[in-house]
Design a protein around this ligand. Structure first.
Ligand code: AMP
Length: 620
């Protein structure tokens, strides 16, 4: 594949010699958010007045004021309904998709949190967090921001990305680009060195795990594949260690509050064990009279081993998806990668010592800042641009409920793919284009993204119309699908709407189901295709017999009918090969009928002159 430089939409054309413009990078996290700036020399996270680098992604909506960050976290205990945390998890989702979140309160209409201040949407919460971050830029002396790059998880779908853009618009921020989080981390490291080679970004935070494989080549940075496990993170280690502490201290029947206390304590112990090989814990402040427990690093490693192996399995899958043999650099991102166990496991799997010298909590924001600086126009000669990939395949439903994939999973974006389709029935004047996402062969096993209708197709026999369906995924992963009937130029299109959000756990599940069912799916696909062929052949013969049945004598008609009936009976069964040969046999039996019909239609076209007469005439 030839790699090309892509002109970034929105990128400024300012000369690098002009006054330096201000670009900032924002890591809009589920739990914490950060804003960073690159001054051409140094990358730095911009702190608040008190010097705090990270801003808790929490907002309080009281009658008189909106408070974001640490102060909102404090208010959460007393005003839980008015304090919104983890709004990122609800971005771009419909109310139905989050109905299992029992602790949420929704306003009457739509997807919004009910607060004293009135309904507040996840987009509005994110906008308030973004405003709070932007005010840090003012504090740092930047009166005006020329461009902002915001990071999003690699698994974010179109709706979630669109919602993130809306939040930025609402906050009045000039967004140049949304950037995948692992990609941003790689920018913080990879773009500086401008090396060629393959880079793995292993990102293990509190609740999720993401792995990405990137390639730097001839000045272009390309994401080859992404994967991960959205239900794996440091919180799981905390729970396992909390179980161990509870058993070791012989505690039972803990209240919910005490259990929470033990988990918080476990988290502290876990983090301490990244620095030292053993520590002594007292749970006396949680349950009075509890003795001390000694925990060493090897015990923690033993507890976490299985979960770490799960992350390694996802890495192996990603390596396979990327189609690469070896990785040249590994970058560790996320607080949990401070654990020596993780560093060792990643080093062993990839056969390289990981890069860890940029703070794993800040590296994403720093990469975004680097990219923002580039996009506002402060370009240096060594600067590189990024390509990205889509996480799940995109396609359309075809006759028989099968999926035709136009854009495959892990395809680099932006991308445009077009394919011609045709009508299934005679005289069909409309076409319903059903856009689906997923790795399965049948529509019912994939995720429906959108449906739209192309009308105004001139009536023709089945298979004669030519309809060009085009999928266009832009640099932010937003999808536009259009359909065009070639003879009339009639077109219709759809841009996928935010209500089609995707649960963050769903991608992993869909991929797993795709791999597990690949074999049976392919068999089911072949069976459906054979049945569709059989059905169309039988329908065509019946329709022709109705009109021109008298072209055959009784015994010929009997032969044809029995072939068609045999075909229908075979198509009711599950034997693909038998259906295919019945289609072939019936096709052969119908050849005589087809020839007579053709003869008849030529004669009609010639106004009753027989073919022999015509041949004679031409001959003379
Ligand atoms: P993040 O979501 O990237 O902020 O990561 C948060 C997770 O990193 C939590 O589970 C923390 O307990 C974990 N973490 C932070 N620092 C350390 C450390 N020094 N050792 C082990 N885990 C850590």
């Amino acid at each position: 594949m030839v790699l090309m430089q892509i002109a970034e939409p929105g990128a400024s054309e300012t000369s690098p010699d002009g006054p330096r413009k201000v670009g900032v990078g924002i890591d809009l996290g589920t739990t914490n958010s950060l804003i960073a700036h690159f001054d051409g020399d140094r990358l730095s996270v911009l702190p608040d007045e008190a010097g705090a680098m990270s801003l808790p992604s929490v907002a309080y909506y009281g009658q008189a004021e909106v408070i974001v960050g640490d102060a909102a976290v404090v208010l959460a205990a007393e005003h839980s309904a008015d304090t919104i945390a983890s709004a990122k998890r609800f971005m771009g989702k419909s109310r139905d998709e989050v109905s299992d979140e029992g602790y949420l309160e929704f306003a009457d209409e739509g997807m919004a949190f009910a607060t004293t201040r009135g309904p507040v949407t996840p987009v509005e919460v994110s906008a308030d967090i973004l405003r709070a971050l932007a005010s840090r830029a003012n504090l740092a002396g930047f009166d005006q921001l020329d461009g902002v790059v915001i990071t999003v998880p690699a698994y974010f779908d179109d709706a979630q990305r669109q919602a993130t853009r809306q939040a930025a618009e609402l906050a009045g921020l000039p967004v140049l680009r949304l950037l995948n989080e692992p990609t941003a981390a790689a920018v913080a490291y990879g773009l500086d060195s401008a090396e060629e080679g393959v880079v793995a970004v292993y990102d293990l935070g509190g609740g999720t795990f993401d792995i990405s494989i990137l390639r730097l080549e001839r000045g272009v940075f390309e994401v080859l594949a992404t994967g991960g496990d959205s239900g794996l993170g440091g919180d799981d280690f905390d729970r396992l260690l909390a179980d161990h502490l509870t058993a070791a201290a012989a505690l039972d029947n803990l209240t919910i509050g005490q259990r929470r206390g033990v988990i918080a304590c476990a988290r502290g112990v876990k983090e301490l064990l990244s620095e030292q090989i053993s520590c002594t814990v007292s749970l006396d402040h949680i349950v009075a009279g509890t003795g001390e427990v000694v925990v060493d690093r090897s015990t923690l490693n033993g507890l976490c081993g299985e979960l770490v192996n799960r992350s390694l399995d996802a890495c192996r899958q990603c390596i396979e998806d990327a189609g690469i043999e070896q990785v040249d650099r590994i970058i560790l991102v996320g607080g949990s990668t401070r654990m020596p166990l993780i560093k060792e496991a990643a080093a062993k799997l990839f056969g390289r010592e990981p890069l860890t010298h940029i703070d794993p909590d800040q590296v994403v924001a720093m990469g975004a800042a680097r990219q923002a600086d580039l996009l506002v126009g402060n370009r240096g000669k060594d600067d590189l641009l990024l390509l990205d990939v889509i996480p799940l395949s995109l396609g359309v439903e075809t006759y028989g409920g099968l999926v035709e994939r136009l854009v495959h999973r892990n395809t680099t974006i932006p991308v445009v793919r077009a394919q011609e389709f045709t009508t299934a029935r005679d005289g069909q004047t409309g076409l319903l284009v059903h856009v689906v996402q997923g790795e399965r062969e049948r529509v019912e096993d994939c995720r429906s993204l959108a449906r739209f209708e192309l009308s105004g197709i001139p009536p023709m026999v089945a298979g004669a119309a030519r309809i060009l369906v085009t999928f266009q995924v832009d640099a932010d992963g937003l999808l536009e699908v259009s359909a065009k009937e070639e003879s009339t130029g009639e077109t219709a299109h759809v841009v996928v709407k935010p209500s089609f959000g995707l649960a963050d756990t769903t991608i992993a599940e869909m991929l797993r189901a795709g791999y597990e069912n690949a074999g049976t799916d392919m068999q089911a696909r072949q069976l459906t295709e054979a049945r569709v062929d059989a059905e169309q052949l039988a329908a065509g013969i019946y329709a022709a017999l109705k009109v021109d049945g008298d072209l055959l004598d009784e015994s010929e008609r009997g032969d044809l009918l029995s072939a068609v009936q045999g075909l229908e009976a075979t198509a009711d069964g599950d034997d693909v090969e038998a259906i295919r040969s019945a289609v072939e046999h019936t096709g052969k039996v119908s050849e005589l009928f087809a020839a007579r019909r053709m003869d008849q239609s030529i004669q009609q076209a010639l106004g009753g002159i027989s073919l022999e007469a015509l041949e004679q005439e031409v001959g003379e």
